[in-house]
Design a protein around this ligand. Sequence first.
Ligand code: PRT
Ligand code: MG
Length: 217
Amino acid sequence: MITLALSKGRIFDETLPLLAAAGIEVLEDQQRSRKLILPTSHSGVRVLLVRASDVATYVEYGGADLGVTGKDILLEHGGQGLYQPLDLRIAQCRMSVAVRLDFDYASAVRQGARLRVATKYTRIAREFFADKGMHVDLIKLYGSMELAPLTGLADAIVDLVSTGNTLKANQLIEVERIMDISSRLVINQAALKLKRAAIRPLIDVFAHAIANPADAS
Ligand code: PRT
Ligand code: MG
């Protein structure tokens, strides 16, 4: 049996076509089911539903053999000990710095002002501003980062942006693009050795499906 850890929402949805390319169909409706372990059409494969930020942890400790998780999470929590053979190019977005429309970020940077930055991604933010030679006070938040500049909690946020609609709806503007983000296939090192016969073909099918998106129906 191989166990694949996914998170509900975009990662689950965007992994389904890759599984389909391998002839694997998840047999339970992720939205409606309360189950956390979902059977698939392949008796040797099951899907575990975990929080997005827990996928790498499950795979690292062998609670799952493999998983799909964002580069943001791998960079923030460290993907140590995980085999990362593929960028699946799904759940794409970017990590950016955003401020209120009326905040003059450019002159704050020019003047070397000490910025207060709210984010869930303190590690990525710390490295980014350190590389720019900027001094920042980081404020750790766990969600709704957009509120921080609006309430005066912070001057800027570091957060994921995809359409930009959330920023726009909150009168915020993107002032720096830190990096592009997509999701990776992560594999437990021991599982890769012990279950190679089952896992290796999956990697190959995923790689082929990514390289040939036109084949997907
Ligand atoms: O939502 P929950 O608290 O359960 O967990 P999560 O936010 O960690 O999970 P989920 O499923 O929302 O995100 C899983 C992964 O999807 C992330 O780790 C990213 O790698 C990737 N991803 C891709 C995104 C986005 N796009 C994205 N737009 N993750 C989050 N967002 C959020 C963003 O934080 C912001 O609040 O969507 C909002 C902005 O979206 P736009 O379209 O308005 O710009
Ligand atoms: Mg979310």
